[in-house]
Design a protein around this ligand. Sequence first.
Ligand code: ASP
Length: 303
Amino acid sequence: MRAPHPVVVVHGGAGDVPVERHAEAVEGCRRAARAGLEVLLAGGSALDAAQRAVEVLEDDPLFNAGTGACLTEAGEIELDASVMEGTGLRAGAVAALPPFRNPVRIARAVLEEGRHVMMSGPGAAAFARSMGFEPADPESMITEASRRRLETWKQGRAEAGWAGGTVGAVACDASGRLAAATSTGGRVGKRPGRVGDSPVPGAGTFADDEAGACSCTGDGEAILRVGLARLAVDLLRVGLHADEAARAAIATLGRRVGGTGGLVLLDRRGRFAACWNTRTMSHAVARAGQPVVGDIVAPLQDV
Ligand code: ASP
């Protein structure tokens, strides 16, 4: 087998970003992919790189993760995030986490501690504090745009509470290790305590060095029911090319449960694909020695 290519692929959420925001959304993804690649070039692992890319997007108020996350029907932030590495199949996740600036770092701490895979709600917050993370002032993470989105949803003008702007990353390092990370505020107007696909290994996030890595976005209830990230990686396992596997997985999401969403997918040689059945999904890819490319409407395909 040829040596794997170090690569980071990120997405900034499936949805329907208005045309005037396309450039901004793609630029955010490019910045994140570049930051992830810098970690790989400095000798960091695929897991470090995927986590770093997601942190950058969590800090960007444009995206529905960390700062700028969408609000529950009670007007509060509840965050879901996960990380998974493909060598030991270790995973860490937080669900319905109250405001902390970078939930993906807390998910990583869950993985590193290794006692549990997923922590939720007040227990996740207590865990985070015990690991030295400071809770954030909720007001500092709630944006005007997320308040407006909740208002629009309450007036029945937003389709099914869709927020868009979930973020995720997959990475492959020079040793062929794979990792995935995903972070979101979930759906606008969700019930307090609702948990989507993003923190669930196999649903929103999956990585296995023997096959591939995937981060998903979209209708979380539908993605949970088909186990979308695991499905896409298993299609690589049986020999599909990354692009075919990504398309087949998204087709299954639509056909079996009427779901809409998207994903980024990497195989174990670092070949990648992005696919979605919503109007837009911002995404970007960073590879050593090549310009960082990004788009929001045309699927990225391996070259
Ligand atoms: N999948 C996320 C959720 O359902 C939302 C999204 O990707 O837009 O929580």
